[in-house]
Ligand binder design. Sequence first.
Ligand SMILES: Cc1cc2nc3c(=O)[nH]c(=O)nc-3n(C[C@H](O)[C@H](O)[C@H](O)COP(=O)(O)O)c2cc1C
Length: 363
Amino acid sequence: MHPDLATAPHRPDNDPLFFDSVIPDMDALQNPSPRLLLAPMEGLLDHRLRSVLTAASHYDWGVTEFVRITDSLLPRRCYARVAPELDQGSRTATGVPIRVQLLGSDPACLAENAARLATLKPAGIDLNFGCPAPIVNRHGGGAILLDTPTVLYRITAAVKRAIDGSTPLTAKMRLGVRDKSRALEAAQALCEGGAELLVVHARTKEEGYRPPAHWAWVAHVAEAIPIPVVANGEIWTVADYLQCRAESGRRDVMLGRGAVADPFLCERIRDLLAGRRVRSATEDWGRVWPLLERYWSLVRTDLVPRHTPGRLKQWLNLLRRHYPQAAALFHAIRTLTDPAEIDLLMTAPPAIHSSGRPRHALI
Ligand SMILES: Cc1cc2nc3c(=O)[nH]c(=O)nc-3n(C[C@H](O)[C@H](O)[C@H](O)COP(=O)(O)O)c2cc1C
């Protein structure tokens, strides 16, 4: 155990002042409104789902799934494919800025690609040092780089030089590869290389996506570097947000699966912070259903038909964590592979909810 963990903040019960008193957070003083960010999630959170989720809740910004850089200068269309938002000022339809994430291990090649990407005027460029995928790690990219802080520094510094202050540069890291012993060193390298903000997914590569997330470690990282640090990992509910905030000392968080499982989680956190009543997810199926309809229509419009059912099932699979109605729909479409059959279910006349909001006929 890291010696600092002995002094890790622990939230005392019923102490309303605790959040403001644990760790002095200079960034929070300068940015009174917390940053709530939408996480990159390759294969799940593409531009279609981004457009739906950012219409449901206001995020300060979102990050695209990673663009993998190996040994060549990618054509502009590669960026446009992952981030069609680039064509509209790097914003979603509701105006949420979208930053583009790069993943790679070669500083020169990343720098060259970042320079090209910068000409497309993304809202920011984010560097991925958290991906645990074996195929990516075998080629020296993603989380595996956390073992070599000098390379982290070289990559960040090269990219920073290449974009020449034109574009905000951020980085996203895990706490290490096998253990957390080099977490602070890695964060310092990214900061010294020129990252202006660091998102910390509070787990090592080996910990994968297994709970818990080690939020207290985010506090250690934040104490070690002078740039803003954003906590990430295992925030599924408003209660998780509060607990993460207590343990990490961070008000700024990035939401991943939690935002997909509850499209209004970000809004609930904003309500909490503004002192408004926080609606529970059980009240909100009537607001989720139109999002699902919208998503299905986007997927049907521009994905090859055979890929469409999987996309909807993936989202429903997470939604069913909070919404029994999503579980019923998931169950109904689980074995369907023909999108036309799903069309029938998705366009079936909705039963009317007592509040007058549409409610799916299956429930
Ligand atoms: C399906 C999936 C794809 C992901 N893809 C990316 C990615 O492209 N880039 C990245 O930095 N992190 C990626 N992540 C990690 C998430 O951004 C986030 O750090 C992680 O899921 C923990 O946050 P959460 O518990 O809120 O989901 C991915 C996670 C999942 C589950």
